[in-house]
Structure formats: structure tokens, C-alpha cells
Design a protein around this ligand. Structure first.
Ligand SMILES: C[S@@+](CC[C@H](N)C(=O)[O-])C[C@H]1O[C@@H](n2cnc3c(N)ncnc32)[C@H](O)[C@@H]1O
Length: 282
């Protein structure tokens, strides 16, 4: 499980194109499956989980287009978001006629959080921790900016199984050609992250929560459209020339396997949260 830590920063930097989010910002929201109504329910869950009061402050490093925290902003909580992608942040800003005073957006590398110690009650990361150069230093930073007794919520929206299976077919076409070396290295780097042990050593307690599960449905054609626009890491971590060769093969496979590109793939997504609670003496 644990990859050589000395290699990890290099691996992550090599295999994640940080600017890629600038390119996919315009299609980010519509190629994801967290809807506004689900995000509202997740926000209800988070507010209860951390016992938020009107004074509670939230930070989301890697905030992107704000899908997770938009409901918290609308409810008046102080929300700070950091992202390396100016385009993703712009998409978030465009969700308001005027950016509200309780939302603070900063374009920066979240590896070094530009905040004083003990600044926030809650830090939330969603699909993010694998993207920083050094996840241990990143967790050190989260630990530093959290107030004593504060909460770190490491969350993810689990890919619905039907979509995961669809992606698996794409990957097996790649691997049949021995083309998915980079993807495997990325997976290994992600698998090497052991945030739970690291934070427990720092005195955090942890618990797992299923905030929400919901049904996601897409036609095969819609999913192929997401792939054609290279909306996911699975697509952009493959060289252009390889991607262009593999896609027609994948499309033919889909037609044969699913019978029609209009076949609907439905399965359940999950919003999972690992809640880490800092010590009061922190
Ligand atoms: C998969 S997206 C997740 C966005 C958002 N958290 C969500 O759940 O929709 C990852 C985001 O992290 C940002 N990101 C990646 N590396 C980063 C870094 N080192 N510092 C700040 N943001 C980063 C990307 O620009 C992107 O917006």
C-alpha cells in the first residue's frame, strides 16, 4: 500500500497536470454527478456533523467550481476556497451576480496555506489530497490552520458502479495495448496516501460517515461525450495520440457491449466523509 515516500512528490507532480482544470473548467460541473439538490442535502449533513453555528468558518483547498461549498456560502457561513486554477475559481464566481462578502477565493497552491495558525473551524477536501505534491506536508498545513477541536473532513463522491464499470472497459482497452502505465502509476501514488494513520499519530480521532447516496443515470452516448471532451483524469493522463487511437475502438466496443448508445446506465453514487477531529489542546 505505501509507496516509497521519497518518490511520491515526484510521481504526483509528473502525472497530474495542474493546469488541466483550467482547460476543463467550462465542462466541469456538467460532467460530474453531484447535483445542486444533492449538494444541499450534503451541506445539511455537514452542518449537523460539525455542529456548525453562524460563526463557524470553513476552508476548502482545491475548491474548484464550488460544487461542495456553494450551499454553505448561500447559508451565510464564512467560506474560503483555494485553487491553483483561475478558470475553476472564475466558474465559481460566475455562480453569483456579485461574490458575497462571506466567500473568499484565493488562487494559490494549497500545499502552503496562506493563513495564520488556528484560522478555521472546519477544513474540507473533496477529490483533492492526491493532487498536492506532498500529502504529508499538506496534512501538516491543514493541522496548522485548524483551530483546537476543529474538524478536517476528507470527502469523496464515490463513482457510481455502472460508470466505474464503463471506465473499466476503457482501461482494459488501454491495457490490452499496454498503454495504461501512467494510469497505474497514478493509482499507485493515490493508494500510497495513508491520511488516517498520519492524522491519528497527530492525535486526531476519526470516524466514517455516509452523507448521502443517490441514483445517477446517463446514456452510454452521454458518457462517451464526457470521454470525448476528456473531462476526467482517466482521459487526460493518456497521451493525445494514444487517446485518439483508443477512442474509436472504445466506441465500437460500447455499441456492441451495450447494444445501443442510448442504453441508460443507472447506479448509486455516494458522498462519503472521513471526519477527523483535532485535539482540544492542539
Ligand atoms: C477533482 S477537482 C475537485 C474540485 C472540487 N473539490 C470538487 O469536489 O468539485 C480538484 C481541484 O483541485 C485543484 N488543485 C489541484 N492541485 C491543487 C493544489 N496543489 N493547490 C490548490 N488546488 C489544487 C484543481 O485545480 C481542481 O480544481
Amino acid at each position: 500500500m505505501l509507496l516509497c515516500s521519497a518518490l511520491l512528490p515526484f510521481s504526483i507532480i509528473c502525472f497530474f497536470d495542474l493546469n488541466y482544470y483550467d482547460r476543463i473548467a467550462p465542462i466541469y460541473d456538467r460532467t460530474r454527478w453531484l447535483t445542486a439538490s444533492v449538494a444541499e442535502e450534503v451541506a445539511d449533513f455537514i452542518v449537523k456533523l460539525v455542529g456548525a453555528t453562524p460563526a463557524t468558518s470553513f476552508l476548502e483547498p482545491g475548491v474548484g467550481t464550488g460544487l461542495n461549498v456553494l450551499p454553505l456560502v448561500k447559508r451565510g457561513y464564512s467560506v474560503t476556497g483555494i485553487d491553483v486554477s483561475g478558470e475553476m475559481l472564475d466558474r465559481f464566481r460566475q455562480k453569483f451576480d456579485e461574490v458575497p462578502a462571506n466567500l473568499h477565493l484565493i488562487q494559490a497552491d494549497a500545499s502552503q496555506l496562506p493563513f495564520l495558525d488556528r484560522s478555521f473551524d472546519v477544513v474540507l477536501t473533496v477529490h483533492m489530497i492526491h493532487a498536492v505534491a506532498d500529502w504529508r506536508k499538506f496534512l501538516d498545513e491543514i493541522d496548522r490552520v485548524l483551530k483546537p477541536g476543529g474538524f478536517y473532513l476528507q470527502a469523496q463522491w464515490i463513482t457510481p458502479p455502472a460508470r466505474r464499470e464503463f471506465e473499466g472497459y476503457f482501461r482494459s482497452i488501454l491495457s490490452g495495448e499496454d498503454r495504461d502505465r501512467r494510469l497505474k502509476q497514478v493509482d499507485a501514488a493515490i493508494g500510497a496516501i495513508d491520511a488516517d494513520s498520519y492524522l491519528r499519530q497527530k492525535g486526531y480521532s476519526s470516524s466514517y460517515h455516509l452523507a448521502k447516496s443517490w441514483l445517477v443515470s446517463n446514456t452510454v452516448e452521454e458518457l462517451l461525450g464526457c470521454f470525448r471532451s476528456r473531462a476526467y483524469g482517466l482521459c487526460w493522463q493518456v497521451e493525445d495520440e494514444v487517446f485518439d487511437r483508443v477512442m474509436p475502438e472504445f466506441e465500437s466496443f460500447c455499441l456492441e457491449h451495450y447494444g445501443s448508445l442510448q442504453t441508460e446506465l443507472s447506479s448509486e453514487a455516494k458522498f462519503e466523509i472521513w471526519l477527523y477531529t483535532a485535539k482540544m489542546s492542539h
